[in-house]
Ligand binder design. Structure first.
Ligand code: ADP
Ligand code: PHD
Length: 451
């Protein structure tokens, strides 16, 4: 049995959904189909999830959403028309959205989750109707009824262990099961969404639950490339990656697959195959425990922006027991999560995502660090980019750090910090956000270039 997930671009139009139908029905093992909300049809298009967020926020702020509401419904109307479906399905979708928008708003985060999730939920219903219209036995499955139980963290849910046992029962159902991605239900029955891009997570959970032989994740590229294709033209395709490599790369910016989506598949030893809906015969990229392919030391280069760093310096920091713990405790007291902590003998930097760090929080954090840790110097820097070079081969290869640092220096990029992951599968470079593209291109040329 295979679990197959189709991303937003694969279900963005009637034409795309016809491709989904062909792919699913071409292999009888493709039984469980996870779908996203309609995504972008072209570069400047807006995803239905983003329209829904706008719609929900407008409703919370002023109660008037006519234009945005119509923009959402129109996406489904266009799809239904292209697929030759009757108006019944559109009536169902409009009624559902109206009910959600007129529902309980006393908890805005919960309200927004319900609005967002309707994108995948209604698309799953529409796609089921299309499969049925083509004479195939297909059933829409609601995550509540299937027992996809998650933690009660709106917009950031995590699967709970009991979900897997519940989902196992899907194996016994007949026909093709169409399952909406992106959300589950808390123990007390409240709808909760995963973080953005979370339909990948749903697919992985289902693959684990039903013990699938493979989790196929269909998107709009032929493979995972060794670097973001928006930064380098025709980058090298990656045939095979280990779970560890893919997790590091997706965490660090490879938007093609959600970093949290690897764990459920990894735990059950289920390989993941990333494939292209527009070119399904291409082999795609396989994510496995151990790869046979021997790339060079580096398999991929990922980057992301929006980081800040808190640099702290204190003479004899290395001798002061508990310094690191007390520093991180201060951050924890403010509910701040950190990403990296490169350190030296007398100094340490803590890298955070800056969207959680406003000026008032910065003032209070800096004040406490100065007072409680009696540091010699503290500096906060904003708008950093973090670049990761990743590859299992780095464990055995000497000199990768030197090659990377030299390539960056030659291209005139100033390194703000360096960190080597303890697993030796990744190296992190912090640079100014404005240098991100230049740095990625220099590293790509060094490790994959032909010159
Ligand atoms: N290293 C990479 N390899 C492949 N695609 C990447 C990479 N980094 C970023 N991307 C982007 O990820 C996109 C696919 O992810 P996404 O837009 O979430 O698709 P979907 O709609 O299928 O969920 C690609 O179109 C590409 O622009
Ligand atoms: N539609 C949701 C969930 C998702 O996974 O979408 P996509 O498959 O288009 O990345 C989002 O945009 O976040």
């Amino acid at each position: 049995m295979k679990v197959v997930k189709f991303g937003g671009t694969s279900v963005a139009s009637g034409q795309q959904i016809k491709k989904v139908f062909d792919i699913v029905t071409s292999d009888p093992k493709r039984k469980i189909v996870v779908v996203s909300a309609p995504g972008k049809r072209f570069k400047e298009d807006v995803k239905v999830t983003d329209l829904l967020i706008k719609c929900g926020e407008e409703y919370l702020n002023n109660g008037s959403v006519k234009e945005t509401y119509e923009a959402v419904v129109n996406r489904y109307v266009e799809i239904a028309k292209e697929l030759g479906l009757s108006n019944d399905i559109i009536d169902r979708i409009s009624a559902d959205l109206q009910e959600i928008l007129h529902g309980d708003k006393s908890n805005p985060a919960r309200f927004m989750d319900a609005v967002k999730a309707s994108g995948e939920d209604n698309n799953a219903k529409l796609i089921t109707a299309y499969f049925q219209s083509r004479g195939v036995e297909a059933h829409y499955v609601n995550p509540k009824e299937a027992g996809l139980i998650v933690s009660d963290e709106p917009g950031n849910a995590q699967v709970l262990p009991e979900a897997y046992e519940n989902l196992k029962k899907l194996r016994d159902r007949s026909g093709i099961l169409i399952f909406p991605g992106f959300f589950g239900y808390s123990k007390d029955g409240k709808l909760v969404t995963f973080s953005r891009g979370g339909s990948d997570i749903t697919g992985s959970i289902l693959a684990n639950g039903v013990g699938a032989e493979i989790y196929e994740n269909f998107t709009d590229v032929d493979a995972v490339y060794s670097v973001n294709p928006n930064f380098v033209e025709n980058p090298k395709e990656i045939r095979e990656l280990t779970y560890k490599e893919m997790r590091e790369l997706s965490y660090a910016g490879f938007a093609v697959f959600h970093d949290e989506a690897l764990i459920p598949a990894f735990r059950a030893g289920i390989p993941v195959n990333i494939k292209n809906t527009n070119n399904p015969s291409a082999p795609g990229t396989k994510i496995v425990h151990e790869r046979t392919d021997s790339n060079g030391p580096v398999v991929g280069i990922a980057s992301d922006t929006g980081f800040c760093s808190i640099y702290v310096n204190k003479y004899l920091m290395n001798r002061e027991i508990g310094f690191g713990r007390r520093l991180l405790q201060i951050l924890e007291d403010f509910g701040l999560s950190y990403e990296h902590t490169p350190s030296g003998i007398d100094d340490i930097s803590v890298i955070l995502r800056q969207d959680q760090f406003d000026s008032e929080t910065e003032r209070k954090v800096v004040e406490r660090i100065k007072k409680e840790l009696e540091v010699d110097n503290i500096e906060v820097a904003y708008d950093l980019a973090v670049i990761m070079i990743v590859g299992e081969g780095m464990r055995k290869n000497v000199g990768t750090m030197a090659r990377a640092a030299t390539a960056l220096a030659k291209s005139g990029v100033n390194l703000e910090m360096i960190n080597q992951g303890s697993s030796e599968v990744s190296m992190m470079f912090g640079v100014k956000g404005t240098d991100e593209k230049k740095a990625v291109q220099a590293l790509y040329e060094e490790f994959f270039g032909t010159t």
